[in-house]
Design a protein around this ligand. Structure first.
Ligand code: NAD
Length: 296
C-alpha cells in the first residue's frame, strides 16, 4: 500500500480522505482546522505539521481546497508541495478552481519532475463519504494512469477529460448547464402555476417530454414530484447557492479569457449573485425558484 498525503479535510475532503484510509493506504493529513485533523487521526491517519510535511516522503498527494488562490499558495513557492515532494510523486488537486491556475500548477509540478492531474469532482458530501464521486480528470495519459487507483478509492466514475485543465473545464461547463437549467425549470413551474396548470401534471408531462433534464427529474425545485429534492426539505442544501455562484463565476472568467459567447451563463451568474446575497449559507441552489416567485 502507498503513502498518501491529504490536504484540506473540509466537507468534501474529510470523507474522501477516509476512503483513502479504508483502501488501506498509509495516510498523513493536514488542515488549518485542528479539529478535523484530530477526528481523522482517531481513525488511523497521522497528523502532519504543515501542508509541506504532508507532502514529504509520500507516493501521492491529494488536495481538496476552497479555491485557486489556496491551491497556488499550497503547491507553489519555496516551501510549497512541489518543492518538498520527492521526484515522481503523483499529485491530484480535486478542488474546483479556475482553469488557468490549474494549468499553471500542473505545469510547475511537471517541470519539477512530478506527475500531476486536475481532478475536480461532481457529487456532494454524501458521495464524498460513500466513495461514489465522479472525477473529471485533466493531465497526460501517464499522470492519469498513476492517479486512477487513488481516484478509484474515492469515486465510482473516473473520466479522463483531456490535457491539464480539462477536468476543470468539464466541471465549469457542466455546472453552467446545471445553473441555467435550474432557472429554466423554475421559470416553467412558476408560469404553469400562474396559468392554472398543476405542478405534478407539468412534471408528469415534461419529465417524459423534450423539457426533461436533471434539474427537473432528479432535483425538481417544487416540493412533491421528486421526494428526495431539497424543495421537500425547506430548500436546505444539497448543493449550496454559494457553490453554484462560485462555479458560474469561474465559467464566466473562463468564457471571457477565450472569447466564448455565453449570454445565458452570464445571466445565470447575475441571478445567482442576487439570490446568494439574499439567502442563508445553507440555502440550496434550487431555492432560486422562490426569488423568481416573489418577483412574479
Ligand atoms: P470546505 O470549505 O468545507 O473545506 C476546505 C478545507 O480546506 C477547510 O477544512 C479548510 O480549513 C482547508 N484549508 C483551506 N486553506 C488551507 C491551507 N492553506 N492548508 C490546509 N488546509 C486548508 O470546502 P468543501 O465543501 O470541502 O469544498 C472543497 C472543494 O470542493 C471546493 O473547491 C468546492 O468548490 C469543491 N466541491 C464542493 C462540493 C460540495 O458539495 N461541498 C461539491 C463538488 C465540489
Amino acid at each position: 500500500m502507498a503513502k498518501v498525503g491529504f490536504i484540506g479535510l473540509g466537507n468534501m475532503g474529510s470523507g474522501m480522505a477516509r476512503n483513502i484510509l479504508k483502501a488501506g493506504h498509509d495516510l498523513k493529513v493536514f488542515d488549518l482546522n485542528e479539529k478535523v485533523v484530530k477526528d481523522i487521526c482517531a481513525e488511523g491517519a497521522t497528523a502532519a505539521k504543515s501542508a509541506s510535511d504532508a507532502a514529504s516522503n509520500v507516493d501521492a498527494v491529494i488536495t481538496m481546497l476552497p479555491a485557486g488562490q489556496h491551491v497556488k499558495s499550497v503547491y507553489l513557492g519555496e516551501n510549497g508541495l512541489i518543492a518538498v515532494a520527492k521526484s515522481g510523486t503523483i499529485m491530484m488537486d480535486c478542488s474546483t478552481i479556475d482553469v488557468e491556475s490549474a494549468r499553471a500548477v500542473v505545469e510547475a509540478a511537471t517541470k519539477a519532475g512530478m506527475k500531476m492531474v486536475d481532478a475536480p469532482v461532481s457529487g456532494g458530501v454524501a458521495a464524498a463519504s460513500a466513495g461514489s464521486l465522479t472525477f473529471m480528470v485533466g493531465g497526460t495519459d501517464d499522470a492519469f494512469a498513476y492517479a486512477k487507483p487513488y481516484l478509484d478509492s474515492m469515486g465510482a466514475n473516473i473520466v479522463h477529460a483531456g490535457k491539464a485543465g480539462s477536468g476543470q473545464a468539464a466541471k465549469i461547463c457542466n455546472n453552467m448547464m446545471l445553473g441555467i437549467q435550474m432557472i429554466s425549470v423554475s421559470e416553467a413551474f412558476i408560469l404553469a402555476e400562474k396559468l392554472g396548470l398543476a405542478a405534478d401534471k407539468l412534471f408528469a408531462i415534461s419529465s417524459k417530454a423534450s423539457g426533461q433534464c436533471w434539474s427537473l427529474t432528479s432535483y425538481c425545485p417544487v416540493p412533491g414530484p421528486v421526494p428526495t429534492s431539497p424543495a421537500n426539505k425547506d430548500y436546505k442544501a444539497g448543493f449550496a447557492a454559494a457553490m453554484m455562484l462560485k462555479d458560474l463565476r469561474l465559467a464566466q472568467e473562463a468564457a471571457k479569457s477565450v472569447h466564448a459567447e455565453t449570454p445565458l451563463g452570464e445571466m445565470a451568474r447575475v441571478m445567482y449573485e442576487e439570490f446568494s446575497s439574499k439567502s442563508d449559507n445553507d440555502m440550496d441552489f434550487s431555492g432560486i425558484i422562490n426569488m423568481l416567485r416573489e418577483k412574479s
